[in-house]
Write a protein that binds this ligand. Structure first.
Ligand code: KIV
Length: 272
């Protein structure tokens, strides 16, 4: 007898098919328990390399190793049963050549069983996107502000603030679409340019600090929960989890110091 999982997980083609339809909802998650909660409400979960900064306290995403992405990818896959799970390729794991990208992306797919990978870069990554897609690896592209290029960009500033910069970003959008990406993240792109790109490409655009006109939106979960110490100005705080954690820890510390914890009814008695 074969046992099948009754829950059908969304796929990269399911996300592609949402172009121009109801907005695609997505969030980052790095752990099984937050993935299980998000799974009820989102279409895809991104195991973003932002985990390097958000969870591990690095100054940028550059130090994140592939093995760490795989570890978190596996946790998220254990928590989420319905949403598509996309795992980020970290800096240095794909830029050298299409062959390097395939080798590492195949490891991510095999070891996490996720449904797609994401990589940063536009026209310069088009050949790699085509190479991966033709070999069975769905790719989400990421253009505009690409945090792995922070040392070249100099700061996390909004892209396309002068019209002379638009053509390059539009070319990136066209190149990743033609190369076979199933969707693309538009990060920190001025609103009218993000809206223009969304209209002009055939695959869904997922905005983060871009435009409500994008086909979908993504946020870093800890940012929208009010759990990150610093958040970009476009992020709306949908929760006050940081404050709730602090209040709970303060109450616990007060109870321990006042010898109120554990409560007497919850202590073990010796039975003679
Ligand atoms: O790493 C990440 O979390 C991301 C999102 C911000 C899109 O790439």
């Amino acid at each position: 007898m074969s046992v099948q999982n009754p829950t059908k997980r969304l796929t990269a083609p399911d996300i592609s098919a949402r172009k121009g339809g109801d907005p695609i909802v997505s969030l980052t998650s790095y752990h099984a328990h937050t993935a299980a909660i998000a799974d009820k409400y989102v279409d895809f979960i991104l195991v973003g390399d932002s985990l390097g900064m958000v969870m591990h306290g690095f100054e940028s995403t550059l130090p994140v190793p592939l093995d760490l992405m795989i570890l978190h990818g596996r946790s998220v896959m254990r928590g989420a049963k319905r949403a598509l799970v996309v795992v980020d390729m970290p800096f240095g794991s794909y830029e050298e050549s299409p062959a390097q990208a395939f080798r590492n992306a195949a490891r991510v797919m095999k070891e996490t069983e996720c449904g797609a990978i994401k990589l940063e870069g536009g026209a310069r990554m088009a050949e790699t996107i085509r190479f991966l897609t033709e070999r069975g690896i769905p790719v989400m592209a990421h253009i505009g502000l690409t945090p792995q290029s922070i040392n070249v960009l100099g700061s996390f500033k909004t892209q396309g603030r002068t019209r002379d910069k638009w053509a390059m970003i539009e070319d990136d959008a066209k190149a990743v679409t033609e190369a076979g990406a199933f969707s693309m993240v538009l990060e920190a792109i001025v609103e009218p340019l993000a809206a223009k790109i969304t209209k002009s490409v055939a695959i869904p655009t997922i905005g983060i600090g871009a435009s409500p006109a994008c086909d979908g939106q993504i946020l870093v979960m800890e940012d929208m929960l009010g759990l990150s110490p610093r958040v970009p100005k476009f992020v709306k705080e949908f929760g006050a989890v940081g404050k709730a954690i602090e209040n709970a820890i303060r109450s616990y510390a007060e109870d321990v110091r006042a010898r109120k914890f554990p409560m007497p009814e919850n202590t073990y008695e010796v039975k003679d």
